[in-house]
Design a protein around this ligand. Structure first.
Ligand SMILES: Cc1cc2nc3c(=O)[nH]c(=O)nc-3n(C[C@H](O)[C@H](O)[C@H](O)COP(=O)(O)OP(=O)(O)OC[C@H]3O[C@@H](n4cnc5c(N)ncnc54)[C@H](O)[C@@H]3O)c2cc1C
Length: 414
């Protein structure tokens, strides 16, 4: 590795910051440039819908690194700068201030942005989205004022914002055309548990209900629903999913399809250009197909994995997807990836809000979620990654340690 090389990272995000850190940790002594559109150094987004939003922790807790870290590690931060064009034949990147950066290796960690609603009234003041520090600060000011909020979308962002708003004492209504919250990921059986959790806290859950329009004089005052209701509110929060930010890659002719397409080494279709985090639709050796994961742990681990590939290492990225969520006093971790399943098995009583749910296809676990039960993600991941044959009775028995499942003779679980 010569010191003349320049590695550029576009996206001063969690994946980008961890990649820069890894380049230095692995001994790269060339130039490292980290470019980010936001004017803040890299930070973590999960607190923005949880304790940071509720005002329980300050900004310093949310940054990926201390302020001095980048200078100490000779990482050039170009904050408040957007990469506007990329030429992969000359290996040049242009920033919005006209600066041209020549790179030897380029990593795209451009992340994702909230999907916007295009319905009448969507541009009214008080129709809010949540992705950045600034969005969270704006939302927090609204929570400080109290009143009634309508949350459009019962996915992760919607349910977490609903929980935080309720914890701050607001009147909260959640709308979603699905039959239960989080239905796409968890299905109706487990989603119904999350519906109960919110209802018990006093949230009005209007499931099976879409939004037709936001109405008000300059600012949103009410939401018109698909079933013709008019719901008064002081503001609304929209959480209807995210879109990967692929335009820079697409403009450069790099292959994109629901994200930037990368192989298991996080290499894009352009030599010397890599992608990681929310924006990467990567081939996963375990699943034998491409998946795009929009979660914290993926950004945390793929950034470093991409950095190692940039330095010539040959290790594929094959971690199982993992994410977590905290709502009220209910914490959960989900491991694996279930597009389809034929049944759900519970270990423990969901009514107690301390249980593990397993999604199965035939006699194999494809995903597991521990709710207020801790230190079980390693055995859950093992059951999935080793494709252990399981028996429903053993799986549902809390007295049989998960570590022991699959360790009996004849290949099936005790
Ligand atoms: C409110 C909230 C709560 C969340 N909670 C959880 C949770 O509880 N659990 C969980 O697992 N996950 C959670 N997530 C998801 C997690 O935060 C994301 O998966 C993670 O942030 C993805 O990181 P990333 O590095 O891929 O990209 P991002 O965080 O999206 O960052 C990309 C960065 O790139 C910059 N950028 C884009 N294009 C350019 C360009 N052309 N030039 C320069 N800069 C550019 C953007 O401005 C942005 O700063 C949450 C997300 C949000 C928004």
């Amino acid at each position: 590795m010569t010191s003349r090389q320049t590695h550029v990272i576009v996206g001063a995000s969690l994946a980008g910051a961890k990649a820069a850190e890894t380049l230095r940790e692995e001994g790269f002594d060339g130039r490292v440039v980290l470019v980010g559109s936001e004017d803040k150094r890299p930070y973590e987004r999960p607190p923005l819908s949880k304790n940071y939003l509720r005002g329980e922790v300050g900004r310093e807790k949310v940054y990926v690194h201390d302020e001095g870290y980048y200078a100490e590690h000779d990482i050039e931060l170009r904050l408040g700068r957007t990469a506007v064009s990329l030429d992969t034949s000359s290996s040049e990147l242009e920033l919005d201030d006209g600066a041209l950066l020549r790179y030897d290796r380029l990593l795209l960690t451009t992340g994702a942005e909230p999907r916007r609603l295009s319905i009448p009234g969507a541009e009214l003041d008080g129709v809010l989205y949540l992705r950045s520090f600034q969005d969270s600060d704006t939302l927090r000011e609204r929570l400080d004022r109290g009143g009634a909020v309508i949350v459009v979308g019962a996915g992760w962002i919607g349910t977490e914002v609903a929980a935080s708003a309720r914890q701050r004492g607001l009147e909260v209504t959640v709308l979603d055309p699905a039959s239960v919250p989080l239905e796409r990921v968890m299905g109706t059986e487990v989603g119904a548990i999350y519906s109960d959790i919110h209802t018990d806290q006093g949230v009005q859950m209007l499931m099976g209900t879409g939004v037709e329009a936001f109405e008000g004089d300059g600012a949103v005052e009410r939401v018109r629903t698909s079933d013709g209701r008019e719901l008064e509110c002081d503001f609304a929060v929209v959480g209807v999913g995210v879109e990967p930010r692929t335009w820079l890659a697409a403009q450069a002719g790099i292959a994109v399809d629901n994200g930037i397409l990368v192989d298991e080494h996080l290499q894009t279709s352009a030599p010397g250009v890599f992608a990681a985090g929310d924006v990467a639709n990567s081939h996963h050796p375990f699943y034998g197909e491409r998946i795009r994961v929009e979660h914290w742990a993926n950004a945390l681990n793929q950034g470093p994995a991409a950095a190692r590939t940039m330095l010539g290492h040959d290790t594929p990225y094959e971690r199982l997807p993992y994410f977590f969520s905290d709502q009220y006093d209910v914490g959960m971790e989900y491991s694996g990836f279930a597009r389809n399943w034929d049944r759900v098995i519970f270990r423990g009583d969901p009514a107690t809000r301390e249980f593990v749910a397993f999604w199965l296809v035939d006699d194999r676990i494809v995903a597991g979620m521990n709710v207020n039960v801790w230190d079980v993600t390693d055995p859950i991941k093992r059951l999935i990654s080793e494709r252990v044959t399981v028996d429903d009775r053993a799986l549902s028995d809390p007295d049989l340690p998960l570590e022991e499942l699959g360790h009996v003779e004849n290949g099936s679980v005790a």
